[in-house]
Design a protein around this ligand. Structure first.
Ligand SMILES: Cc1cc2nc3c(=O)[nH]c(=O)nc-3n(C[C@H](O)[C@H](O)[C@H](O)COP(=O)(O)OP(=O)(O)OC[C@H]3O[C@@H](n4cnc5c(N)ncnc54)[C@H](O)[C@@H]3O)c2cc1C
Length: 417
């Protein structure tokens, strides 16, 4: 097995992993980004979740203010320059979202990784880690051609499920079962140009079809991804009735089932909804949308109370602005809001391993309770934790880390609390 040394390894090229890799590379570190699928972007592209949440404060004023770092602003400006969507849209109850096209996002991520000199290993999966005391010494990676070993100085785990901690037998934050998963699919040849009426017609039809076909109740929540109806195509989201667990085989089986569900429900639905009469399924997005799984344990565990009380921390390095959002097995969604025009902070301790001195976390793999991650998992927040983890991972001493935390705090757009 070949072996080589690398300064920083980022595991997982979702939105958080890409942000972490870019932030670390901008500090002149040699970064290798390892991704198990063929394509980068994770849920953001391979599941096509369609909107970026958590970029703006919830507000009842007309123009929402962005939270977090100018890094997120820079990123969104690039999206706006290439997209039809030029501004955030009001979602509901003062929440604003940015609607994006997955291929534009993926192109921007690819370009940023390239221009920052980041080596991306695709179709490469971490399968084993080697530990020594409080250090991770090696990562064994299975690529399409071979199995290799990388000896990293520092690792940032952005796998979405704490894979490095799992393989290293480190303590995890797990609740056994999690929010329902959703499968997103794109339909072409849609005849309606009105999103509201299409959504209503689909909902009405699904209520009848669920009873008629004895489908699971969660299918009644089939809905349009906001702002996805354009150029005669639209994206739909179906919520699965089965529980998501930490069992990989069970989740793989769920992903196959989700695709079969879409094939089953769409033909009768298209017959019932006038504007879907000529419509066909164009794409069933390859990655099942699993919202939450087990996470790594850091020096601090962000709690539901921290989120709902908009807690501020002296070492806060990211700002969360999205409510706690939970998707249930019956298709219902609950939202727990905090005050408008405010945000909670995510302390650096949520991004730093408690047990390993060279391990960091970002994205939906930060150290947070299952409730708290229901808020911090959204993409606007993942961009920030990715950026902060990427910067923190470049520090080689406790003093450097303290200085970096102070720098990051100042960089936050609203750091005066
Ligand atoms: C159905 C659904 C709808 C959502 N809707 C929205 C929304 O509208 N707006 C919003 O802002 N957020 C939404 N979210 C949340 C958001 O999309 C995700 O939480 C966020 O994109 C997660 O980013 P991440 O980088 O942390 O993880 P991921 O996107 O999951 O990326 C992790 C990456 O790690 C890779 N990986 C895993 N294991 C390994 C391994 N062993 N070796 C190498 N690579 C590995 C994976 O292949 C993946 O590419 C939604 C999520 C879901 C599931």
């Amino acid at each position: 097995m070949s072996s080589r040394g690398v300064e920083i390894v980022v595991v997982g090229a979702g939105i958080a992993g890409c942000a972490a890799a870019i932030a670390a590379a901008r500090e002149n570190k040699k970064v290798v980004l390892i991704e198990k699928s063929d394509c980068i972007g994770g849920n953001a592209t391979n599941s096509n979740v369609g909107t970026i949440c958590g970029l703006y404060y919830r507000t009842f004023s007309e123009t929402p203010e962005q939270v977090g770092y100018s890094f997120s602003k820079e990123f969104i400006s690039k999206m706006i320059a290439r997209s039809e969507t030029k501004a955030p849209i009001h979602y509901h109850k003062g929440l604003f979202i940015y609607s994006y096209e997955w291929s534009i996002l993926q192109n921007i991520l690819e370009e940023e990784l390239k221009s920052n000199g980041i080596e991306v290993m695709r179709a490469s999966e971490i399968i084993k880690i080697e530990r020594e005391n409080r250090q991770i010494k090696g990562l064994v990676i299975k690529t399409k051609e071979e199995t290799i070993e990388i000896k990293p100085q520092t690792i940032i785990d952005c796998s979405g499920n704490g894979i490095v901690s799992q393989l290293g037998n480190l303590e995890m934050i797990s609740s056994g079962s999690y929010q329902s998963a959703s499968q997103i699919f794109r339909v072409e040849n849609v005849l309606s140009a009105n999103e509201f009426s299409l959504n209503m017609a689909v909902k009405k039809a699904m209520i009848q079809l669920v009873d008629l076909h004895k489908w699971p109740q969660s299918f009644k929540s089939l809905s349009l991804v906001p702002a996805s109806l354009k150029n005669n195509h639209a994206d739909f989201k179906i919520t699965l009735p089965e529980k998501v667990t930490d069992n990989k085989e069970a989740n793989d089986a769920l992903a196959a089932k989700a695709k079969a569900y879409v094939q089953e429900i769409f033909p009768p639905l298209s017959k019932m909804v006038e504007s879907l009469k000529s419509a066909d399924i164009k794409t069933i997005f390859p990655q099942l949308g699993i919202r939450i799984q087990q996470r790594s344990r850091g020096k601090y565990i962000l709690s539901e109370t921290d989120v709902l009380s908009c807690n501020k921390f002296a070492d806060g390095v990211a700002e969360g602005a999205w409510p706690i959002e939970e998707w249930h097995e019956d298709g219902k969604i609950t939202m727990e809001y905090f005050e408008p025009d405010d945000a909670y902070m995510i302390p650096a301790g949520c991004l730093i391993s408690d047990e390993m001195d060279n391990l960091y976390f970002a994205g939906k793999n930060i150290s947070a309770t299952t409730k708290a991650i229901g808020s911090a998992r959204v993409m606007g927040t993942c961009l920030q934790t990715g950026y902060a983890a990427g910067k923190l991972a470049t520090c080689s001493s406790a003093e450097e880390k303290e200085t970096m935390i102070a720098v990051l705090r100042k960089e936050l757009l609203h750091s005066n609390e």
